[in-house]
Design a protein around this ligand. Structure first.
Ligand code: PRE
Length: 377
């Protein structure tokens, strides 16, 4: 009996191996085609990511999958992985593509993590990269001379003084840009102390990311947008998605996206630590959402504390917002103390309504991540 089973299953598994081999060959053929696509894109300086093409491709494949009796979600998920891999392969090629190769870029704070991240990218794309820090500040004049771009990558609390110190050394034909995570004060200062082209940038990722594929960089225009265009195009070519905003709008949004988010995460982690929660044991009983949350909290504390203090302490408006947040939390605890479940439910549905359609999107996206976590743990 077992022997029959063994013979039959071997035949079936051999067939599966054969089909898998064909799938691999097809993926390899697809990748060869993608190499031709990226060569063409390089020749025309066209960014890798093409969202409309991806959505079109996915929607066609979903219909074809359904028609063939295959689950459309499964097909989409598989293709999202294939597309990500395709973009990553292309992005490696694009790392060497310089829109203005041969131009000189001076990175101020070039020895910090973010500074090094951008130095490597510019160098790989054929730019001449100089770096400036306190150590070689005596050479500031010669380092600024003939630079096409001066890019400030310094901590928030020294950004304004750095702008004032360096501006007199920069020629008005050079672009002055910064990477600070707040934008109003730095862009104002660059416009005040420097007369040439100015652009504010804020990369919404850390220096540990492998490529710029689909990473967001906020762009806040300052002066002479036309002259700054090559820089924006270069960042898109490396894979970044450039999102435009006025500096004030950017800062208002970042108060929420960064300061409030990181502060709440810091408070949660700090409370777990103070309560000496047994993390390992709590994870054994973990719901997926707790694992996800703990992943976010653990991630914050695994990084450089100064990055977060810079963000949380950046501006007085942030401090005010964080106080409002804590006050709002205190209001909610009154609900619990008074055991007022009706009021709790009223407040709950008020927020549900306010979130509106985003609720469905949030369910879909978090389901996806939760399922991934379940797959793995
Ligand atoms: O068609 C393109 O432009 C590609 O770069 C190829 C491809 C793909 O692998 O199918 C990859 C990335 C784009 O976002 C869209 C599609």
């Amino acid at each position: 009996m077992d022997k029959v089973f063994d013979i039959e299953i071997k035949k079936l598994r051999d067939n599966i191996d054969h089909i898998d081999r064909q799938i691999l060959d097809l993926i390899s053929q697809r990748l060869t085609q993608v190499q031709d696509v990226v060569a063409l894109k390089k020749a025309h300086n066209i960014p890798v990511y093409h969202p409309a093409r991806e959505e079109d491709l996915i929607s066609k494949l979903r219909s074809q999958a359904t028609a063939s009796g295959i689950d459309a979600d499964f097909m989409e998920e598989m293709y999202r992985v294939i597309l990500r891999n395709s973009r990553m392969e292309q992005t490696v090629e694009m790392k060497q593509q310089g829109i203005k190769a041969g131009a000189t870029v001076l990175i101020v704070g070039g020895e910090g993590q973010m500074g090094r991240f951008f130095s490597d990218l510019f160098r790989a794309s054929g730019y001449i990269v100089r770096t400036l820090s306190e150590k070689n500040w005596n050479d500031v004049a010669s380092l600024c001379k003939d630079a096409d771009l001066v890019l400030l990558s310094v901590p928030i609390h020294v950004t304004l003084e750095t702008i004032q110190r360096i501006a007199p050394h920069i020629s008005p034909t050079t672009i002055l840009a910064d990477l600070t995570s707040i934008k109003t004060a730095p862009v104002d200062a660059m416009l005040k102390y420097f007369t040439g082209p100015v652009i504010g940038l804020h990369p919404l990722f850390g220096p540990s990311c492998a490529t710029l594929d689909k990473q967001i960089i906020a762009v806040t225009p300052g002066r002479d947008n036309g002259k700054c265009r090559w820089l924006v195009e270069q960042l898109s070519l490396w894979g970044a998605i450039m999102v435009n905003a006025e500096p004030e709008e950017h800062d208002d949004i970042m108060d929420i996206v960064q300061a409030l988010r990181h502060f709440a995460t810091f408070c949660f982690g700090q409370f777990l630590c103070r309560k000496k929660v047994n993390l390992a044991r709590s994870l054994e009983f973990s719901s997926p959402i707790y694992r996800l949350e703990l992943g976010m909290v653990g991630r914050l504390f695994a990084q450089d504390s100064s990055l977060y203090s810079e963000i949380i302490f950046a501006t007085p408006s942030r401090r005010k917002l964080l106080k409002q947040y804590v006050a709002a939390m205190n209001e909610q605890i009154e609900l619990v103390e008074s055991n007022d479940k009706t009021l709790f439910m009223e407040r709950f549905s008020e927020v549900t309504q306010w979130f509106g359609d985003f609720g469905n999107q949030a369910m879909r996206e978090s389901d996806f991540i939760i399922n991934k976590l379940i797959e793995r743990f």
